[in-house]
Design a protein around this ligand. Sequence first.
Ligand code: COA
Length: 174
Amino acid sequence: MMMGKKVRLVHLEKEDLAKSQGWVNDPAIKALMLRVLPVTRMDQEKWLEDIARNPAKMVFAIKLLGTGEHIGNTGFYQIDWLHRRAEFWILIGERGSWGQGVGTEVVRLMLRFGFGDLNLHKIYLHVGSTNEPAISLYKKLNFAVDGRLREHYFLEGNYLDVLAMSILKKDYAG
Ligand SMILES: CC(C)(COP(=O)(O)OP(=O)(O)OC[C@H]1O[C@@H](n2cnc3c(N)ncnc32)[C@H](O)[C@@H]1OP(=O)(O)O)[C@@H](O)C(=O)NCCC(=O)NCCS
């Protein structure tokens, strides 16, 4: 478990799946997460099994301190133990929790965990080029833009550029 001032990050449990499914299927959030197809309950259950079995995936539920409300999920995918890199993602699904500093705290907790505990060298991600809140958040925390992948995703009838962003351990302020 990781403890912040606003939230704690805990392992995702079966009872967290219904909310998680609602968030990824929310049309506004689906596009921000660069997803196209709807996610079924069965997909969610397979996902949870995969997380438990696959050492290259780690997923945490974001829960508010105090109420314990589950407001989102975050994780590392494609953890590569040889090259010491991982792909980061975050989804705050409860829109009422946006813009209150939760995302900043979660990314900071995950960077500390990734660089400190997992001894990663690089943490990277893909973000839609129009997702201003997410891009500002990553830049604020010292992620650099590695490049722009032109028309990399076909979403809602249009091709979308994505930014490849990353942070190296040496650029992590702690
Ligand atoms: C992107 C996301 C994680 C941001 O979380 P959050 O809790 O709203 O972010 P914070 O309140 O910590 O704000 C972080 C920074 O984002 C930027 N930001 C936040 N809201 C913004 C907005 N509406 N427009 C532009 N920038 C914004 C600011 O730079 C802010 O830092 P500052 O307050 O110090 O200026 C959250 O909105 C989310 O989960 N969105 C849906 C899924 C998604 O887009 N995930 C990322 C995919 S790569």
